[in-house]
Design a protein around this ligand. Structure first.
Ligand code: DX5
Ligand code: ZN
Length: 219
């Protein structure tokens, strides 16, 4: 039985002068998750926001599930801070050198779900040994760092490969895509086994965000 489709609007495409209001728009549209892109200007060539932003969103009354995507060279140094700030799930990239398994275990010990992320250039085999230790695998469908980039259809075989491992091993981690996702590209990813869809630009630019969220939930 495949996991139900789930939408995670990316706050990166919201109004950075009124992030709580943008997060509220996503919640009121019916999106169950909120995707929070954390950038350090080193692992990716851009900066976004930090744990204090998550804490402020919680203080503003946001009850949404916080899907926190750490694009950091040293994510192991920040897991505690994001858990304390209100993250529900913390995803870390496989590419930098640090103890991935220990960091995933630490995230769970902090009471959060944990995810592992791969850049477009990273083969699925890089994360294959960690599949038993994660709640989510995030396949980047753009090079991370910026919203608004075109979807990379060449990531579809990678999704099918990871979904195949999930089925053959009887695992039930979520399989998420991030980058260039709209209703059309989401449908392609759904057919390849994806159940969790990050959407920044397409969600915040949609004329009817509730209709967009409903269409995603029906994929
Ligand atoms: C890219 C981020 C994405 C980004 C997606 O580095 O990880 O979450 O916000 O934006 P769109 O949906 O506009 O491609
Ligand atoms: Zn992201």
């Amino acid at each position: 039985m495949p996991n139900a489709p789930l939408l995670a609007p990316s706050l990166l495409a919201g109004d950075h002068g009124a992030l709580a209001a943008s997060a509220q728009v996503a919640a009121e549209a019916g999106a169950p998750w909120l995707h929070l892109d954390i950038m350090d200007g080193h692992f990716v060539p851009n900066l976004s926001f930090g744990p204090e932003t998550l804490a402020a969103l919680r203080r503003a009354g946001l009850k949404t599930f916080f899907d926190t995507h750490l694009m950091l060279s040293e994510p192991h140094r920040y897991a505690d801070a994001f858990a304390k700030a209100g993250a529900n799930l913390i995803s870390i990239h496989i590419e930098p050198a640090y103890d991935h398994r220990a960091t995933l275990a630490r995230i769970r010990a902090l009471g959060c779900q944990c995810g592992i992320v791969l850049n477009p250039g990273t083969p699925a085999s890089a994360i294959e040994p960690l599949l038993d230790a994660v709640d989510l695998v995030l396949v980047m469908t753009v090079q991370p760092g910026f919203g608004g980039q075109p979807f990379r259809a060449d990531m579809l075989p990678k999704l099918r490969e990871i979904d195949g491992w999930r089925r053959s091993r009887g695992l039930n981690f979520r399989l998420e895509v991030d980058g260039g996702i709209d209703l059309g590209t989401a449908a392609q990813c759904r057919a390849a086994g994806t159940d969790t869809f990050v959407a920044g630009t397409s969600f915040f630019k949609a004329s009817d965000q509730a209709a967009f969220a409903a269409a995603m939930a029906a994929l």
